[in-house]
Design a protein around this ligand. Structure first.
Ligand code: AP5
Length: 233
């Protein structure tokens, strides 16, 4: 749940973040949230949060979704769309939103259109982060996530001050199950087949902004703000 803003935003921002698994969407979403006040809505994070439910509390759809994730496969469209539709409040939110990991297929992109129309809002832009595959795999393989606050680190590029311990909350850092080499391979295939064609879909709508994801997170963030300048004015 997001924190209520002390004052309504006068100019909410609504973005989709596209890019291969591990390219750094979540890292950029964190920086964008701090700058623009729009909340990150990550379908992957929502599914991972369901892992903390007792087995008896999980619906069959969520149980199946967790198994798809473990293997690196995409969760079926109807499960993902139902999950996002439950969060229509986030789509309508006066702070705006950053969709991270949704949509990921053509069918999900069409469902998003329907949800946006129902909420009476429009996307400002689709930020597409690009990086050669070997560098993406290196980012994924070195990722460590906090079990407590979910902050994301990297063993080489963004190491915590104390190995294995979160700088922000002192929680234990762990490696995601789907960051194992077998699951990474499956995720990359799913991305190439189902998600990368969405770049053309959004380019045709005049919404796509391609951003080179080389360099430090701060450099990429600066590049993002530069690219967004005409739309943030
Ligand atoms: P999800 O959680 O969305 O994973 P993903 O798209 O695979 O993206 P990641 O979270 O792995 O990476 P990221 O791009 O956010 O990178 P990050 O910032 O962490 O989805 C997981 C699974 O859920 C899917 O496989 C699927 O099963 C299911 N799912 C979710 N949504 C779905 C949908 N819509 N439809 C169907 N199924 C769905 O960065 C990665 C690492 O790199 C970190 O260690 C970070 O510190 C480091 N890093 C970041 N930036 C830099 C930099 N500039 N230089 C060096 N290191 C960097």
């Amino acid at each position: 749940m997001c924190e209520p803003q002390p004052q309504p935003q006068t100019n909410p921002r609504r973005f989709v973040l596209l890019g291969a698994p591990g390219v750094g969407k979540g890292t950029q979403a964190e920086l964008l949230t701090a700058k623009l006040g729009a909340c990150q809505l990550s379908t992957g994070d929502i599914f991972r949060a369901a892992k903390t439910l007792e087995v008896g509390e999980r619906t069959p759809a969520i149980t199946a979704a967790l198994e798809y994730m473990r293997k690196g496969e995409l969760v079926p469209d109807e499960t993902v769309v139902a999950l996002v539709a439950e969060r229509i409040g986030c789509i309508r939110c006066e702070k705006g939103f950053l969709l991270d990991g949704f949509p990921r297929t053509a069918a999900q992109a069409e469902e998003l259109e329907t949800l946006l129309a129902r909420a009476g809002v429009k996307l400002d832009a689709v930020l597409s982060y690009d990086l050669p595959i070997d560098k993406v795999v290196a980012r994924l393989s070195g990722r460590r996530t906090c079990a407590g606050c979910k902050a994301v680190f990297h063993v080489a590029a963004r190491p915590p001050k104390v190995e294995g311990i979160c700088d922000q909350c002192g929680g234990k850092l762990y490696q995601r199950e789907d960051d194992r080499p077998e699951a990474i391979r499956v995720r990359m295939e799913a991305y190439e087949k189902s998600t990368s064609p969405l770049a053309d879909y959004y380019r045709a709508k005049g919404l796509l902004i391609s951003i080179l994801a080389e360099g430090t997170p701060e450099e990429i963030f600066d590049r993002t703000l530069q690219a967004l300048k005409p739309r943030l004015a």
